[in-house]
Ligand binder design. Structure first.
Ligand SMILES: [Fe+2]
Length: 201
């Protein structure tokens, strides 16, 4: 069964003014669609066909087509769901407790996550991950890598991800990546991040 491009869970313009409709349309319909079809092309007719995306990412770091397109497929699947037109604010409950435990406070988490996103040279992602037992960690990775892949410097299950490829922000923000990072915090869907935390801890 081939991997399918998921629909966005909201309209292209739903995240404006934080993320503009044209960027969302190109990002989903061209970039994410491209990763999806290239991933399907890379597994078709091989013994990788039928494996879950998580299993593919955990096991194929030396296969560039799987690593880049499988990472792109998985990362964008997560990305759309951790944003919402009703997002923003701060997490609550056990997720807030885990963030405070790891970072000291929500403000210190925001600084750490923003720094991870801003200092990732070139293209990549900033992450909040959960490890078995419930501890969370902020990190970043290059290109379409993610914490499910071995040896990228952080591990666990990603529960929040921010795409810092230029294709994610350049139309509206040009070279002002820090402004895009700030705007992302206005749309974070903390309910979904908390759901992923509970499932991944
Ligand atoms: Fe992207």
């Amino acid at each position: 069964m081939a991997f399918e491009l998921p629909d966005l869970p909201y309209a292209f313009d739903a995240l404006e003014p934080n993320i503009d409709a044209r960027t969302m349309e190109i990002h989903h319909d061209k970039h994410h669609a491209g990763y999806t079809s290239k991933l399907n092309g890379a597994v078709a007719g091989t013994d990788l066909e039928g494996k879950s995306i998580e299993a593919l990412l955990a096991d194929n770091s030396d296969n560039g087509a799987i690593r880049n397109n499988g990472g792109g497929y998985y990362n964008h699947n997560l990305f759309w769901t951790v944003m919402s037109p009703d997002g923003g604010g701060e997490p609550t409950g056990e997720l807030a407790d885990a963030i405070n435990e790891a970072c000291g406070s929500f403000d210190e988490f925001k600084t750490a996550f923003s720094n991870a996103a801003a200092t990732r040279f070139g293209s990549g992602w900033a992450w909040l991950c959960v490890q078995a037992g419930g501890k969370v960690e902020v990190c970043s990775s290059a290109n379409q890598d993610n914490p499910l892949m071995p040896g990228i410097g952080c591990g666990g299950t990603p529960i929040l991800g921010l795409d810092v490829w230029e294709h994610a922000y350049y139309l509206n923000y040009q070279n002002r990546r820090p402004d895009y990072i700030n705007a992302f915090f206005n749309v974070i869907n903390w309910d979904e991040v908390a759901r992923r935390y509970a499932a991944g801890k």
